[in-house]
Ligand binder design. Structure first.
Ligand code: FES
Length: 131
């Protein structure tokens, strides 16, 4: 059963790339966001973690971007400035720590640097009446 979903924007470019530059279908497949999704899909994700692609998370200026969420009882996080060439190991470690938590609140020191420094937003669990 899927407990945690990681949603990766596959249309993201890295910060600094021209967002308006046209690209062909082949180039689109090679966008950094698509490469990030592929790298995660080719890795050993913890049990209960599902990956899915999305076209734009409205965090384009902070690409690559992804969301990690885990049902109604966990916090949801939006991360940006992710690099498919250098951050995959840290992202996998962060996903594993998140999946092992009951509420998505991983202790600060247990979070990989990418998750400590590149969080754009966090959204409280739906079922928490007071946060
Ligand atoms: S293109 Fe990735 S967040 Fe918009």
């Amino acid at each position: 059963m899927t407990q945690v979903t990681v949603t990766v924007c596959i249309t993201c470019r890295r910060a600094g790339q021209d967002a308006d530059a046209p690209d062909s279908q082949d180039e689109r497949a090679e966008r950094p966001g698509a490469r990030l999704l592929s790298a995660l899909a080719d890795s050993d994700l913890p049990a209960g973690v599902a990956l899915r692609p999305v076209q734009c998370l409205s965090a384009c200026a902070r690409g690559c971007a992804m969301v990690i969420e885990g049902g109604a009882e966990r916090w949801t996080y939006l991360y940006g400035d992710l690099n498919p060439d250098t951050h995959v190991r840290q992202i996998l470690d962060g996903i594993a720590a998140y999946a092992a938590s009951a509420d998505g609140l991983v202790p600060w020191r247990a979070r990989p640097e990418v998750f400590r420094k590149q969080s754009i937003a966090r959204i409280p669990p739906k079922e928490a009446p007071h946060v």
